[in-house]
Design a protein around this ligand. Structure first.
Ligand code: NAP
Length: 493
């Protein structure tokens, strides 16, 4: 059964790039297959655009920019809300596309559509609040202040683990600010991005404002980074590629926003109920089969409750069902591809060879080549890859600690600084950890932490800038200062 047959609106399944309001083939004729990670079946093909076609996307954005920025904020808001409504109306199809190309269970995909759409609604409204300021003048007879202006064309490069929300979190902020966008989605998950383009067109977003380009990642990114007309690059993906892009943007002194990898600690205090904490840790670890920048990568449990915690964790983990995300019983879908499975296996082998204990996780039970059964390791130490690297797999590593100072040191022992979880009801411990953890986001006694109103982002090598909240739109705005002199005597100036 093809992708189109699974959708109530087959026109949402697009196999072309979207540039200047037109569905576009690659001039060179090159096409790449996109596979369902659960079955290996080819879902469809996408063209790889040539260099001139990438430049023509920038031409289109340049041409469309003046009219879009000239709209009143409430007019842009109306268009974005129409887009939001269409995402909601087509939620089921968008979730199906996502599950087929990404592998996550349908219920998670529905959640992501909801989450992704919520950024459009949030930023549609935020666009109306891009206030400047009035500055008390130090210059006689002058009025001083600032106004906010759109930065200009934004290039958005996004990953495969959240194929829809990572686009809307950037694009809605940029578009609400008055900027046109050029999206380069991950090669594994282009169809969610193209469905967004189809809905943007239906919502009346003008040609050239929301473009989706497809092609060889390094080439496309280089062209966008080198182009002076592109004023901001926003990237979500690995720290490795983020570093490359930061370097590439130096030549044109572009504004850069980076949402990179994480290596989240999940800290459990001695006062916690081990069962409650273990269940929360399972929820924080296995979302999107562990392929989540917020996944609890290093689970640090006070020695006094360690053994009970491990028992409850193993019991909860064993109840997770692994399989094709289209099956409603499934909790964990496949990993994105075979290399991800190999990497997960290497991480587990490395830990065991250095003395970790494999408590659970039998790979002979995996229902297909791209599946990886959840693994629980104990006795994890800082030398192991499972500690040092973002494992991006359903591999949970547990380490015992003895006091708060030790756990702070352990938690901060990483180049990453995206998110940390703390489970304790001791207010003094909460405050101490909250202040000492070198992370952009700290979630206390809650697995869920994200959503449109919060400033999402990391410190250290987890990134630059924030998405969402009141700061998200600032990434796409310039502050213009004005000084109106020779006004004569102005009372209060
Ligand atoms: P990735 O390999 O860095 O790829 C991300 C994007 O960069 C894709 O569009 C990819 O295109 C492109 N890309 C790959 N190589 C490139 C190169 N040499 N030059 C320019 N662009 C290049 O990351 P991923 O494996 O897709 O995603 C997983 C990573 O994203 C994890 O580290 C995760 O933590 C991070 N992430 C962070 C957040 C956050 O908000 N902080 C959210 C989600 C994910 P192709 O697919 O076409 O190669």
């Amino acid at each position: 059964m093809t992708m189109s047959n699974k959708l109530s609106d087959p026109r949402l399944f697009r196999q072309h790039a979207y540039v200047d309001g037109k569905w576009t083939y690659g001039d060179g004729g090159r096409e790449e297959a996109v596979n369902d990670p659960a079955t290996g079946e080819v879902l469809g093909h996408i063209p790889w655009l040539e260099a001139d076609q990438i430049r023509s996307a920038v031409d289109a954005a340049e041409k469309a920019f003046p009219q879009w920025r000239a709209l009143r904020a409430d007019e842009r808001c109306e268009r974005l809300l129409a887009w939001y409504d269409l995402l909601q109306a087509n939620r089921e199809d968008l979730a199906t596309i996502m599950t087929l190309e990404q592998g996550k269970p349908l219920s998670d995909a529905r959640g992501e559509v909801e989450y992704g759409a919520s950024f459009i609604r949030w930023f549609a409204e935020e666009g109306k609040r891009t206030f400047g300021e009035t500055i008390p003048s130090h210059i006689p007879n002058a009025a001083l202040g600032t106004i906010k202006e759109p930065v200009g064309i934004a290039a958005l490069i996004t990953p495969w683990n959240f194929p829809l929300a990572m686009i809307t979190r950037k694009a809605a902020a940029a578009m609400a600010a008055g900027c046109p966008v050029i999206v380069k989605p991950a090669g594994e998950t282009p169809f969610s991005a193209l469905a967004l383009a189809e809905l943007a067109e239906r919502a009346g977003i003008p040609a050239g404002i929301f473009n989706v380009v497809l092609g060889e990642a390094a080439q496309v990114s280089k062209l966008l980074c080198d182009d002076e007309r592109v004023k901001v690059l926003s990237f979500t993906g690995s720290t490795r590629v983020g570093r490359l892009l930061l370097e590439q943007c130096a030549n044109t002194v572009k504004r850069v926003s980076l949402e990179l990898g994480g290596n989240a600690p999940f800290i459990v205090g001695p006062d916690m109920d081990p069962k409650e904490a273990a269940y929360a840790a399972v929820a924080a670890k296995f979302q999107t089969a562990g392929q989540d920048c917020l996944a609890a990568n290093r689970i640090l449990v006070h020695e006094s409750i360690h053994d009970d915690f491990v028992e409850h964790f193993a019991e909860r983990m064993s109840a997770l069902t692994v399989g094709n995300g289209l099956n409603s019983e499934v909790d964990l879908g496949p990993l994105i591809h075979g290399q991800a499975v190999d990497k997960a296996a290497q991480i587990v082998d490395d830990a065991i060879s250095q003395g970790a204990t494999l408590v659970a996780g039998d790979q002979s039970q995996a229902p297909g080549p791209n599946f990886f059964m959840p693994v629980l390791l104990t006795g994890v130490t800082p030398k192991m890859k499972v500690w040092r690297e973002e494992n991006f797999a359903p591999v949970a590593g547990v380490t015992a600690y003895s006091d708060d100072d030790q756990v702070i040191e352990m938690a901060n022992d990483t180049e990453y600084g995206l998110a940390a979880y703390v489970y304790t009801h001791d207010i003094r411990r909460i405050w101490k950890l909250l202040r000492a953890l070198e992370y952009g986001m700290v979630s206390v006694n809650s697995v869920k932490m994200t959503g449109p109103p919060i400033p999402f982002g990391g410190v250290k090598q987890s990134g630059l800038g924030r998405e969402g909240g009141t700061s998200g739109i600032e990434e796409y705005l310039e502050t213009k200062y004005y000084c109106l002199g020779s006004l004569g005597s102005v009372s209060g100036s």
